[in-house]
Design a protein around this ligand. Structure first.
Ligand code: SF4
Length: 317
């Protein structure tokens, strides 16, 4: 049985204790694909509240972007960093976690003035037992100054940058209104690697118009571009999104669980052994889910099914 390298096992081996990634959703951030800088409306599947439970609590009226001159939200944002980290620590410490990574997850977490980013990232790192950062962002939204800063931080901290790759097919990226092409992601990953940063790539299986061969080609390309870690997600349809309209008009058929698992296993089979798998599925357990229904199953059930099928293929996760 071949053991798949997980993020938890990587961190535990490196730091000797259990390390938990704490998702943060800091109010005031937006995304260039939502605010009109790149496009409006965002990716067709995006209802950002569905990615992180903290987002809905932190909706601010002023959104930051790179052209913001001043940031009137900074004090409130710094307080959110501290309170969200400490809230999660209270939850995870009793479970045996001793160290933490602050995961800037919701929206585009490099899409703000450099001064703001520097303050927020360093605030997170000042918190006790926070040993590093993971920054979720888009490939078209990371300035050189941010890469330089993260690279400097990585000399003394565990620093990750997470890019949404989703697909390497430009026709798919256009169809989901991604706002950048595959070349842009390839260049961003390679650039981050030149700065010595750890890169996690996100892939979505089941995007409109894609067959299994295309999904696997995206995985293969992501490995070749030099990612250190990967998150696999199925595409699911959330109500009140552009994708929901496409689904309701019958223009898009969601991926079935069996096909998803089969694709996942094939993607893992072709994956270099040193790549760390951070996620093998995703779902949403509330009534905002429109389809496919299996994405509304409990995390335990889905992980059970996936682990069972991985075991049949000779993998332990
Ligand atoms: S890049 Fe992320 S936050 Fe921006 S529209 Fe797409 S899914 Fe939403």
């Amino acid at each position: 049985m071949q053991k798949i390298r997980t993020f938890g096992s990587y961190l535990q081996a490196k730091y000797g204790v259990r390390v938990k990634k704490i998702p943060l959703a800091i109010g005031g951030f937006t995304c260039p694909n939502i605010d009109g800088t790149v496009a409006k409306g965002g990716c067709t599947f995006c209802l950002n509240d569905s990615f992180s439970p903290n987002v809905a609590k932190n909706k601010d009226k002023i959104f930051l972007n790179l052209s913001s001159q001043e940031n009137p939200l900074i004090e409130s944002q710094l307080m959110q960093v501290v309170s969200q980290i400490n809230g999660s620590k209270r939850e995870f410490k009793p479970l045996g976690y001793k160290k933490y990574l602050a995961y800037f997850q919701a929206f585009t977490n490099t899409y703000a003035p450099f001064d703001t980013l520097q303050k927020l990232y360093s605030k997170a790192l000042e918190e006790k037992d926070v040993i590093g950062l993971s920054i979720g962002t888009r490939s078209d939204s990371v300035e050189e100054s941010v890469l330089e800063y993260l690279s400097e931080l990585s000399k003394s901290h565990e620093i990750w940058i997470e890019y949404g790759i989703q697909s390497i097919y430009d026709e798919t990226l256009n169809r989901i209104n991604r706002g950048h092409d595959a070349k842009n992601v390839e260049m961003a990953i390679k650039r981050a690697k030149e700065y010595g940063l750890n890169v996690c790539g996100h892939l979505i299986f089941g995007l409109p118009g894609e067959n299994q061969e295309m999904m696997l080609n995206s995985a293969k390309a992501a490995y070749e571009w030099g990612i250190d870690s990967i998150k696999f997600h199925p595409l699911y349809v959330v109500k009140n999104t552009i994708l929901a309209n496409e689904y309701n008009r019958g223009e898009f058929t969601p991926i079935e669980l069996n096909e998803y698992i089969d694709t996942l296993i094939k993607a893992i089979e072709m994956m270099p052994k040193d790549i760390i798998v951070q996620r093998v599925t995703a779902g949403i357990e509330d009534d905002s889910l429109l389809a496919p229904s299996w994405c509304g199953e409990s995390k335990n059930y889905l992980m059970g099914r996936i682990k069972q099928e991985l075991a049949k293929a000779g993998y332990r996760y």
